[in-house]
Ligand binder design. Structure first.
Ligand SMILES: NC(=O)c1ccc[n+]([C@@H]2O[C@H](COP(=O)([O-])OP(=O)(O)OC[C@H]3O[C@@H](n4cnc5c(N)ncnc54)[C@H](O)[C@@H]3O)[C@@H](O)[C@H]2O)c1
Length: 358
């Protein structure tokens, strides 16, 4: 397999490393030559102990005459779809675009949707938690328990951006990246949209329908030229009349990342991300018993699991994927409606493009 990773920053390095761990050939490109040097001399040695000299660098103009099996876009959110539209012309077998797929104004989403329905390229969005071993196990537990009534789903995805900035020591601060700007795909709602995506993932798995209405509140911060939501709190309703909430923030230390599914007949199921260092946890509590299951992992491993999942999807076109691009677009539609809800101080109906299907 030939892989091209566009963007040699934090996630680009994870993806290049994960691709090598899968035994694939990797090239990297970046508009900033300093980023390529940093990947080779700083990020790889610090994170993975060594640089992999077989990784090649290619120019960022995308004009090289080579077809890639998978193109991975690990650039800032506002650039994702413009790059994706260009790269689709090369007809890769798969394309993995990082989260969030776009900016909250959904610029280029319609263009992108109309292009992907015309191609054979299978597209994915990087909501990797949904394909982790722990989340897959929780889905299996839910499907074997078959709860008759689910009362609510509660999600928190709260993490200070100090950790993110620590992984970007070359940045002077959040103002120097998209992180400090909600409109560019930063802020708590977009940056931590893994939370919202997990809410949608488990609502779908439980047959509770798509989110049809969102009522949102943001704690907005305007300072040093930045304008971002440091806290996003979403009340969510689905087309089947199911209710829940999702809260994401950029300041919690230690982090709090969980999904809690409360059922009437099978107690509650909680997934905790990194409940302790290097471990996801599932807790199942009913009136009589509490069961814990631990899932040791590392962050580099998460991305290997994600790429192995994409490999399976390429081998078998019938494999349904929780990270399918259509799911990533659904998350963007709710993000966009949440921003509108904050602007208008009203609950907003979520509109999905008709080509998304039900
Ligand atoms: N799935 C995850 O858990 C996860 C983790 C980290 C980051 N991300 C996502 O990945 C994306 C990038 O985040 P990051 O932390 O790696 O950012 P980063 O700033 O570390 O790296 C982005 C790189 O993209 C390069 N770039 C910008 N525009 C480009 C273009 N047009 N062509 C080529 N290169 C370009 C920049 O020079 C930079 O080196 C964001 O959308 C972020 O949310 C996802």
């Amino acid at each position: 397999m030939r892989i091209k990773v566009i963007g040699a920053g934090s996630i680009g390095c994870h993806m290049a490393h994960a691709s090598r761990m899968c035994g694939w050939n990797v090239v990297m490109s970046d508009i900033d030559p300093k980023a390529l040097k940093r990947a080779k001399n700083e990020i790889f040695p610090a994170r993975y102990g060594t640089w992999f000299p077989e990784i090649e660098f290619v120019p960022a103009d995308g004009k090289e005459d080579i077809c890639y099996d998978i193109i991975i876009i690990g650039t800032p959110p506002e650039s994702h779809l413009e790059i994706a539209l260009k790269q689709l012309k090369c007809k890769p077998r798969a394309m993995l675009i990082e989260k969030p797929l776009a900016q909250p104004d959904l610029k280029f989403v319609d263009d992108f949707l109309s292009k992907i329905v015309e191609t054979n390229t299978r597209c994915f969005v990087g909501y990797d938690h949904t394909v982790s071993t722990s989340c897959t196990t929780l889905s299996q537990m839910l499907s074997s328990s078959q709860p008759k009534i689910v009362d609510t789903i509660d999600v928190e995805f709260k993490e200070s951006w100090d950790g993110i900035l620590k992984a970007h020591p070359w940045l002077s601060g959040p103002e120097a990246s998209y992180l400090g700007y909600t409109s560019r795909g930063g802020g708590a709602l977009c940056e931590h949209s893994h939370g919202l995506n997990l809410w949608q993932h488990f609502a779908r798995a439980l047959g509770l329908g798509r989110i049809s209405e969102v009522s949102a509140q943001f704690h907005m911060i305007a300072e040093g030229g930045m304008h971002y939501d440091k806290l996003a709190s979403l009340n969510l309703a689905t087309e089947k009349g199911f209710y829940g909430r999702c809260v994401q923030d950029m300041f919690s230390k230690p982090t709090s990342k969980f999904v809690r599914i409360q059922t009437r007949d099978h107690g509650n199921f909680t997934w905790k991300c990194e409940s302790s260092k290097g471990r996801d946890l599932i807790i199942h509590e009913d009136l009589m018993t509490t069961t814990l299951r631990e899932f040791p992992k590392t962050r580099p491993q998460d991305f290997i699991t994600e790429l192995r999942h994409i490999e399976q999807c390429l081998k078998n076109k019938n494999v349904q994927s929780p990270i399918d691009v259509m799911r990533g677009i659904e998350t963007m539609c709710v993000i966009s409606a949440a921003v509108e809800s904050v602007k208008t101080k009203k609950a907003i109906s979520v509109e999905y493009p008709s080509s998304l299907g039900a």
